[in-house]
Design a protein around this ligand. Structure first.
Ligand SMILES: [Zn+2]
Length: 435
């Protein structure tokens, strides 16, 4: 054991060298062959080196025949859904989106405790990294375990080696005390971490809570992360109660002024709302598979402007899969094309960079073992992105300059141990949900 530990410590301080790979520039799509020396750390860079010094102290990864590019970002995730896979049917079969929330997600999130949250975050970080996703923007809810929940998630992500931008889903759905607790949890967390001010959706937020959330975002220099018009019911509620649409309401309370703000889904918007969005610095995140699953409608970017990125909405942690779903569904319902699907997939890079969020610099990389039967180059990259590249091609992953996935295995933590504990926590959660 002693020798093993010494080896590991030595390894983690060594510089990583990706030898003989082909780097694909994430923006220009230029293919560059060479040796890449990766610098560790949150602001680390990388450089091409021609000759490898013989007296080097590098951790060398042979990338002959492999493609290397910037790792991926999930623009909207819910770690809280990680233990839902395979659970029993809800007490009532949901007839619409609001019932899906009530009988599935709000039943589940009320049962979450600290141990379940930690297991969910550890698994999500692991699954993300294995899919080449080194940065996750998460939206968390656990109404009966609010205090300290964001810190638990942050610690779990850091343990596994994934970067994050977290928020707590503030809502009045369980009473004003819970809304207050959510605001306090957010304020506490933002003292020491980068993050956002999370809100559930217009239909579960009073004016009072919305005002406080925007105030908190302004005070901390952060943005809002909220679901908008995921189902038509969000708009109906807004019209009935406030005589305006959901985006008009956000604008009225000053929630549309930050380039850090993220609006999730945006499926049922008027022309005026699209105009408000395209004239504002906020970002929209689409989540195609979740929308299909909930039967709530189809995303259409027409009229939104440029600030569109992609998420998974807690369905899974595979952004290459999300991009493909957006492309194929979009052939029928969206303006999406070969260049724009890649652009939206990569836009989260721009969102993080422009807002100066840390953890997604140039030293976050994936090494792809891509067994293509056809030529692959700058000119036909988009065709390969849509029809070829899948997460099964992700062989190694580098997060903040550190090798976190080697040969498809997470090397920072014990995968089997985390999966085994997640199963224990899932069983506890399901039992609690059955009451
Ligand atoms: Zn969501």
């Amino acid at each position: 054991m002693y020798h093993n530990n010494t080896y590991k410590n030595k390894k983690s301080t060594m510089q990583l060298l990706l030898k003989n790979g082909t780097y694909i520039h994430p923006e220009t799509l230029e293919f560059i062959y060479g040796n890449i020396l990766v610098e560790a750390g949150v602001d680390g860079q990388f450089q091409f080196i021609k000759d490898i010094p013989s007296d080097n102290n590098f951790q060398i990864l042979d990338c002959t025949g492999k493609f290397i590019t910037q790792s991926f970002v999930c623009g909207h995730h819910h770690i809280y859904s990680a233990l839902a896979r395979g659970m029993g049917a809800p007490k009532k079969n949901p007839d619409n989106f609001n019932e899906i929330l009530e009988y599935v997600w709000w039943t589940l999130d009320k049962c979450l405790d600290a141990e379940m949250i930690e297991a969910s975050a550890l698994y999500t970080a692991m699954a993300s990294l294995k899919n080449g996703v080194t940065f996750v923007i998460d939206h968390h809810a656990s109404p009966n375990a609010i205090v300290g929940s964001l810190e638990i998630i942050a610690k779990a992500f850091e343990k596994v080696g994934a970067s994050h931008l977290l928020c707590y889903e503030i809502s009045d759905r369980d009473g004003m005390d819970k809304a207050e607790e959510g605001l306090n949890e957010t304020a506490e967390y933002l003292k020491n971490h980068q993050g956002l001010v999370g809100l559930h959706a217009s239909f579960t937020i009073s004016d009072e809570t919305l005002i406080k959330a925007v105030e908190l975002a302004n005070q901390t220099g952060s943005g809002i992360h909220i679901h908008v018009a995921e189902a038509q019911s969000d708009q109906l509620h807004c019209q009935e109660n406030y005589r305006m649409s959901a985006v008009e309401r956000l604008k009225k309370f000053g929630a549309m002024e930050s380039g850090k703000t993220i609006l999730g889904h945006c499926l049922h918007l008027s022309e005026n709302e699209k105009k408000i969005i395209s004239n504002s610095p906020v970002w929209v995140v689409q989540n195609t598979e979740s929308n299909l699953n909930n039967r709530v409608g189809y995303f259409n970017a027409d009229g939104f402007g440029e600030n569109i990125m992609m998420g998974t909405d807690g369905m899974h942690s595979d952004m290459l899969r999300s991009a493909k779903a957006a492309f194929f569904v979009g052939q029928n319902f969206d303006t999406i094309g070969y260049d724009s699907v890649y652009q939206r997939f990569r836009n989260a890079d721009k969102y993080l960079h422009n807002n100066n969020f840390k953890g997604h610099g140039p030293n976050n990389l994936v090494v792809l073992d891509y067994d293509t039967p056809t030529p692959f180059n700058t000119e036909n990259f988009y065709g390969h992105f849509v029809f070829g590249l899948e997460s099964r091609h992700v062989q190694h992953v580098i997060s903040r300059g550190k090798l976190v996935v080697e040969n498809r295995k997470v090397v920072t933590v014990d995968e089997e141990e985390i999966l085994a504990n997640a199963k224990v926590q899932a069983a506890r959660l399901w039992a609690k949900m059955r009451g």
